[in-house]
Design a protein around this ligand. Structure first.
Ligand SMILES: [Zn+2]
Length: 126
């Protein structure tokens, strides 16, 4: 089924495009701000790997870190839209930290410490 109305179901403010949902929707914007990111207003979803990296975020596997964050924002959206769940900023940061711990096991052995770094980023943002 294709919905006749593309308005974002989370904020009701504008169409639910990928970039809106992942970066500019109110909750997503507060999520990125809490992590210390400055999201450019003209960021396009197909260029998310170009999201400017704050100096406190290590560069190794930066694309994976961004995907992890986007994945959690997407899961939160689906939980709200399909299951009437709620998830606070604190809760999503906690979920990100848990996921970072899991994902770090898939990094090369020499780079697994990045998982600890990512966990600390999420902890500091809580
Ligand atoms: Zn929205």
């Amino acid at each position: 089924m294709i919905l006749p109305d593309s308005t974002c179901e989370l904020c009701g403010d504008g169409p639910e495009t990928a970039v809106h949902l992942l970066f500019h929707c109110d909750f997503a914007a507060s999520f990125w701000r809490a992590l210390g990111f400055a999201v450019p207003t003209d960021l396009e979803a197909r260029h998310i790997q170009q999201l400017p990296r704050p100096s406190h975020v290590e560069g190794g596997h930066y694309d994976t870190f961004i995907l992890l964050c986007c994945w959690q924002l997407w899961k939160r959206r689906n939980g709200i839209v399909f299951h009437q769940e709620t998830m606070s900023l604190h809760q999503i940061l906690h979920a990100c930290r848990r996921e970072a711990k899991s994902w770090s096991c898939r990094l090369p052995c020499t780079e697994r410490r990045l998982g600890d770094h990512w966990c600390s980023l999420f902890s500091l943002a809580m």
